[in-house]
Structure formats: C-alpha cells, structure tokens
Design a protein around this ligand. Structure first.
Ligand SMILES: NC(=O)C1=CN([C@@H]2O[C@H](COP(=O)(O)OP(=O)(O)OC[C@H]3O[C@@H](n4cnc5c(N)ncnc54)[C@H](OP(=O)(O)O)[C@@H]3O)[C@@H](O)[C@H]2O)C=CC1
Ligand SMILES: O=C(O)[C@@H]1CCC=N1
Length: 268
C-alpha cells in the first residue's frame, strides 16, 4: 500500500469516480475527501472507509491534491488554496482533471510553479473500466509519476499524452461515455419498438456495446473489418447499416467530437 496521502477537493461525478478508483490501492487512512456540500463527501467517505476534511486541511496535508471542481470554479478554489499551498514546506503535487485548463493556467491560478499532473479521466473509472489520459508538468519526478500511476491503476487504462493533445483526447475519452450512453439508450428504444421489454432491451444493448468495444481492443482488428464480419450478404445487419449511413451516423459522431473539442477553448 502507498504511503502517500491522496486528497480530493470536489467529490462530484468525476472526483468521486477517481476517488473510488484510488481507494482500491490506497489504505483508507491515506484518503481525504472534501466537498463544498459536505454531506456528499461524507457519504462517499462512508462508502470508501476514509475520512473527510475541509479544503484547507486537504491542501495542507495531502501529497497528491486532486482538484475535482468544474473548470469555471477553479479560479475561486485556487485563490482560496493559494496561501495554504504557499505555506507548505513538504512536497505535494496538484492533480487537475478540469477540461480545457492547462497546467500553466493551474500554476498561474495557484500562485506558484508547483508540480502538476493533468488528467482526463472518464466516468467508467468508477468501476475500473476508465480511460485516463495524463500529462506531467516539469518537476514531477519519475518516482512520483510511478506512485501516481500505481494509485490510479484501479481506474482502468492509463495513457500518457502530450498536453497539446489533451483537449482532443478529452473529446473522445472524456466526453465519449455520454455519446455511447445516447447510443445505448437509442438501441434500447429500438428494441422496445420491436417489442422487447425495456429492461431486457437495455441489458442487451449495454452488454453488446461492452462486448463490441472489448473485441476491438483485444482482436486488434479494424472496426470496419469487425463490422463486415457481422454483415451477411443479403442479411439483416447490412439493412441497419444502410439506415445508419442514410441518417449520417458517422458524420454526426465526428461533429460531436469536434464540437466538444472546440468547447475546451472557451474554458481556458
Ligand atoms: N463528469 C465527467 O465525465 C468528467 C468531468 N471532468 C472534469 O471533472 C471536474 C468535475 O466535474 P464533475 O465531477 O462532472 O462535476 P460535479 O458538479 O459533479 O462535481 C464538482 C464538485 O465540486 C464541488 N465543489 C465546487 N466548488 C467547490 C469548492 N470550492 N470546494 C470544494 N468542493 C467544491 C461541488 O460541490 P457541490 O456538491 O456543493 O456542488 C461538486 O461536488 C470538471 O473540471 C470536469 O471538467 C473530467 C472528465 C470527465
Ligand atoms: O462535459 C465536461 O465538461 C466534462 C469534461 C469531459 C467530460 N465531461
């Protein structure tokens, strides 16, 4: 078990998901949770068997300080934490998960050239099936990166990514669960339209989506080839593919990723 303390400020959807993942490889004593609405942190602390604290205590004591607030709230939070961080004499690393905000911006807002790890997680991290992109600032040592990666390994796949590509990666891996959830919901609606009970339609749609994704990853085959393997000549699937192409599915998905990517620039 890791001897470092991990603190979370902001335990909402994403901060909470990452805290759940980190707890798998971290003793409860080493995990501190703070949230504006304290009851949210308290409920999660009860679930995870760890402690709550206020923002100041987390900023004073944690070795890895996860900033789990919305990008629009980051300036106010770091203005509050800045004096506390400036008083610290021991080593700490800020971990930001905020969409759009660069490492340089986090350093500027925090008032110090502190080491920062910028991550882009996603909600499946809560169950160990996440895709977590990360980039380390100068000043994060290889040993510290290793400690961080071990603690985060319960989140799913971790992939180092140049900061210049973080917004693009975010549009695919960070926002993507929402796009896939829409697709699963629509698949289930289609099943209901064909007469399936709702619960079964949803189960079939979700398990199929998980299985298809795992097949892409494990087979190494191009998704186009896997699609071809499903489409029997003169069969049923190709008629569905025809309908999706007529409705512009692929273009719609590409536009969705671009729209999410572009929004990052409003948040900087
Ligand atoms: N949701 C997602 O899928 C992803 C989100 N992110 C990033 O994660 C970050 C959080 O997003 P998300 O979890 O969705 O948002 P949420 O609104 O679910 O969570 C934000 C949390 O921060 C708390 N908070 C706000 N201000 C403060 C403060 N000053 N001190 C302590 N706690 C505070 C809020 O408390 P309260 O309970 O009072 O509202 C809330 O619980 C964002 O920066 C986002 O860009 C990154 C990848 C994916
Ligand atoms: O919608 C958002 O802003 C966050 C960032 C990536 C996923 N969700």
């Amino acid at each position: 078990m890791c001897a470092q303390t991990f603190g979370f400020i902001g335990t909402g959807n994403m901060g909470g998901a990452v805290a759940r993942a980190v707890r798998k490889h971290l003793d409860g004593e080493r995990l501190l949770l703070a949230n504006r609405t304290a009851s949210k942190a308290e409920a999660l602390a009860q679930e995870l068997g760890c402690r709550t604290a206020d923002n100041e205590t987390v900023a004073e004591t944690a070795n890895f300080i996860f900033l789990g607030v919305k990008p629009q709230m980051m300036a106010a939070l770091l203005a509050e934490l800045g004096p506390v961080l400036a008083r610290r004499t021991n080593r700490f690393i800020l971990v930001t998960m905020a969409a759009g905000l660069t490492i340089a911006r986090i350093q500027e807002l925090s008032g110090g050239n502190y080491p920062v790890i910028r991550i882009m997680p996603n909600t499946p991290a809560a169950i160990g099936e996440g895709m977590v992109l990360y980039t380390c600032s100068e000043g994060v040592s290889p040993d510290e990166e290793q400690v961080f990666l071990e603690a985060m390994s319960g989140a799913g796949r971790l992939s180092a990514l140049s900061e210049s590509l973080m917004d693009a990666g975010s549009a695919v891996a960070g926002c993507g669960p929402a796009f896939v959830d829409l697709f699963i919901e629509a698949l289930a609606d289609g099943g209901v339209a064909c007469g399936l009970p709702r619960a079964q339609a949803l189960e079939f749609a979700a398990q199929m989506t998980a299985g298809a994704a795992k097949l892409v990853l494990s087979s190494g085959q191009h998704p186009g080839a896997l699609k071809d393997a499903v489409c029997s000549p003169g069969g049923t699937t190709i008629q569905g593919v025809r309908a999706l192409e007529a409705a512009g599915l692929r273009s719609a998905v590409i536009e969705a990723v671009l729209a999410s990517y572009e929004k990052n620039f409003d948040l900087k």
